[in-house]
Design a protein around this ligand. Structure first.
Ligand code: KG4
Ligand code: ZN
Length: 364
């Protein structure tokens, strides 16, 4: 297929309601529109995403997001070649809202509907933003996901390893909360770490003693609790310097774990791709400059091109779903018309599922 395709993409698997129109294929890609409605204000009070609230908010916002995406792209349903929708993994109520919305649009327009795995959306994004050939090594690090994948085709993914408990973004968010930073988020920890002494506290580097590429971040969070409690017992609270030093120590530990596991993943990747190739990162934590800088160094040392999409395309969005649908549609892959919304959906059909459920729902 040489002709470019224009697809609408719909995403609602967690706490972002998103729709986008992407045109692409055959070496080109253009995002004609991308609309994202976040829900953080709705969940802030509860300390995590509440599935029922998320599903209701998606149901209220999906039609508006789709209308806006089509309007901004200046296309109608008649101009589209298909619709892609996240069919999992994620919070099932939200996924179902998106699937029902997409089914309605597909039935009314007669357009083909592609059931997209949310993780495939993240994993294929580097090909939307950069001229990148298969295969490549991908590290997906966000609030709900953490895995190394060898991406060999639009629907060919091999997982080399992943977290056995928390995702790194989740650990960043919890650390911010534990330290009482102004905002419970990764960027707040990164900002606090700037003036910090990363070696004042000796935090562990979990699972480095275990072979392979699996990771763990929950023990690190417990170590932060221990240091914090000790400071509180000794001094009655944390000074700003304590907050900075603990943030710096935590960030350095995450950075070191991700870097060492990336070195090992690069060795594995070389077995399937002896020369050339790239190391791509995706997900919100890839925005962290300390992490990003170290991963770039690992890529250079392994003679891999380093690719990091812009932040708006690292975090959840509809364009990645439209793009994954285009890639899969152009490769001749067709979804079962009766596909179901799935809370869990491992990308790599051959690997055992990873267990654990983060604040953003089940990990696949
Ligand atoms: O990819 P994303 O928007 O959503 C999903 O989880 O799918 O990632 C959000 C996560 C949050 O946990 C957020 O705190 C973290 O990425 N994050 C960061 C930074 N920016 C976002 N973590 C560390 N440093 C950052 N600069
Ligand atoms: Zn995601």
């Amino acid at each position: 297929m040489t002709k470019t395709c224009t697809f609408l993409g719909i995403e609602s698997s967690c706490d972002d309601t998103a729709a986008a129109v992407v045109r692409g294929g055959g070496g080109s890609a253009e995002i004609l529109s991308s609309v994202v409605f976040g829900q953080s204000g709705l969940h802030a009070h509860y300390g995590g995403v509440v599935p029922e609230i998320a599903a209701r908010a998606h149901a209220e916002k999906l039609d508006i997001a789709v209308e806006m995406a089509l309007g901004e792209a200046q296309v109608g349903l008649d101009d589209l070649d298909g619709i892609g929708v996240t069919a999992g993994p994620g919070l099932i109520g939200g996924v179902m809202s998106g699937v029902m919305c997409a089914r309605g649009l597909a039935a009314a327009s007669g357009l083909p509907l592609v059931a997209v795995n949310h993780l495939a959306g993240h994993a294929l994004t580097p090909r939307l933003t950069d001229d990148l050939a298969f295969p490549y090594l991908l590290l997906l690090i966000s609030g709900g996901h953490c895995q190394f994948l060898v991406v060999s085709g639009p629907d060919e993914f091999a997982r080399l390893g992943g977290t056995i408990d928390d995702a790194p973004g989740e650990a960043f968010d919890k650390t911010a909360k534990l330290l009482g930073l102004a905002e419970a988020s990764g960027p707040a920890v990164e900002a606090a770490a700037r003036g910090g002494d990363a070696v004042r506290f000796a935090l562990p580097r979990p699972l480095l003693d275990r072979r392979g590429c699996d990771m763990s971040f929950s023990g690190l969070k417990t170590a932060v609790v221990r240091e914090r409690d000790m400071l509180v017992a000794q001094n009655g609270g944390l000074t700003r310097q304590d907050q900075s030093d603990l943030s710096a120590a935590f960030q350095a530990a995450v950075r070191d774990v991700l870097a060492e596991k990336s070195r090992r993943a690069a060795v594995e990747f070389r077995k399937v791709c002896p020369s050339g190739g790239a190391f791509a990162v995706a997900g919100g934590v890839a925005a962290n400059m300390a992490v990003r800088g170290e991963l770039e160094t690992v890529a250079d040392a392994a003679s891999l091109r380093f690719v990091a999409p812009p932040l708006a395309l690292c975090t959840d969005n509809g364009a990645m779903i439209a793009w994954a649908a285009i890639e899969q549609h152009r490769a001749g892959l067709r979804s079962d018309p009766n596909f179901a919304a799935r809370p869990r959906w491992p990308l790599d059909r051959l690997s055992a599922p990873m267990l654990g459920a983060g604040k953003k729902g089940a990990k696949a």
